[in-house]
Design a protein around this ligand. Structure first.
Ligand SMILES: NC(=O)c1ccc[n+]([C@@H]2O[C@H](COP(=O)([O-])OP(=O)(O)OC[C@H]3O[C@@H](n4cnc5c(N)ncnc54)[C@H](OP(=O)(O)O)[C@@H]3O)[C@@H](O)[C@H]2O)c1
Length: 277
């Protein structure tokens, strides 16, 4: 295992990189290969995908073509809601693994907390982890209530909760709950899909550090020990997003950014989950 210095210690003794490449909506093979190549040359080790993104095969082809040593890769994928409802969790996992061309996965996440299903799903995740085909197991989009239900059903605490988080949507109670209970936070949509790129405050703080608003937003997250998985298909953005470990925000700057919270999600919620959230 060799993920460099910028890592989070997980509750299962493994390490997870603080920075990863998000792959939602990156479908084209050439873009995937170039993006992953650029990311690895800039020090990324983690790639975040999901069966729902329909690019596991392309990512598998890219990592094979690039011959990156397996020990330097941290690959995350996620189980989609339909598989939870149907109950074919193990099959879905092995199909993902095959599409990725891997013989083990670093992190497998329950993509959404499908009510009435996720505790059973978790039992299958535990079984897969104990057989060695998954190193770490976690969840995504889980609320405090969902995590409490899981706690009643199992002794194994999720290693990670991957949730929407950025300066405009901060979810402080959930962050505090996860950090108190040893669950690492991974922020998705950490750039709020561009929604704070023109914020005067972010521009001003950026000027103080010769950084862009995107780098300031990512730094604000990693400085709280929160992992980030910005998505980009562009070489210059992939590189820019990696340059967040060579400066620090002051306490005043951290607080000023924390005051930007609107409590509004930027990303959508899948139709089949809307009634529950
Ligand atoms: N668990 C979940 O339910 C869930 C939900 C949503 C997302 N995710 C994961 O989180 C990842 C990131 O979230 P996201 O893709 O929704 O949003 P995001 O990372 O906040 O934003 C991506 C957008 O920002 C642009 N961008 C990237 N770097 C930039 C930079 N330095 N300056 C200006 N623009 C920049 C990208 O365009 P270019 O490509 O042109 O650079 C893209 O349009 C996803 O790819 C996925 O892996 C998980």
């Amino acid at each position: 295992m060799s993920f460099g210095n910028h890592i989070i210690q997980l509750n299962d003794t493994r390490e997870m990189p603080l920075l990863g490449l998000g792959a939602y909506k990156t479908l084209d093979d050439t873009e995937l290969k170039q993006g992953i190549l650029e990311a690895f040359s800039c020090g990324y080790h983690l790639i975040d995908t999901a069966s729902f993104y329909k690019n596991e095969e392309g990512i598998g082809r890219a990592i094979k073509a690039l011959s990156i040593p397996r020990s330097e890769l941290f690959i995350t994928t996620k189980l989609w809601n339909t598989a939870q409802r149907i109950g074919n969790i193990e099959d879905s996992f092995y199909r993902s693994l095959e599409r990725l061309g891997l013989d083990y996965l670093d992190l497998y996440l329950i993509h959404w907390p499908v009510p009435g299903c996720f505790c059973n799903t978790w039992q299958v995740f535990e079984k897969l982890q104990s057989s060695g085909v998954i190193k770490s197991i976690g969840v995504s989009n889980f609320s405090i209530h969902d995590l409490e239900l899981l706690k009643e059903a199992s002794d194994i605490t999720p290693a990670v909760n991957q949730i929407e988080m950025h300066p405009l949507f901060q979810n402080p109670e959930l962050i505090s709950y996860c950090q108190t209970n040893g669950i690492a936070i991974q922020a998705y949509a950490p750039l709020a899909r561009g929604a704070y790129a023109n914020s005067p405050l972010m521009i001003e703080i950026g000027k103080q550090h010769q950084k862009t608003p995107a780098q300031i937003g990512l730094r604000w997250l990693v400085q709280q020990n929160i992992s980030v998985i910005p998505k980009s298909g562009q070489k210059n953005h992939i590189e820019e997003n990696s340059k967040i470990f060579d400066f620090s925000l002051t306490e005043e700057e951290m607080s000023a950014i924390s005051a930007m919270n609107t409590g509004q999600r930027i990303t959508g919620v899948p139709e089949d989950m809307v009634p529950y959230l």
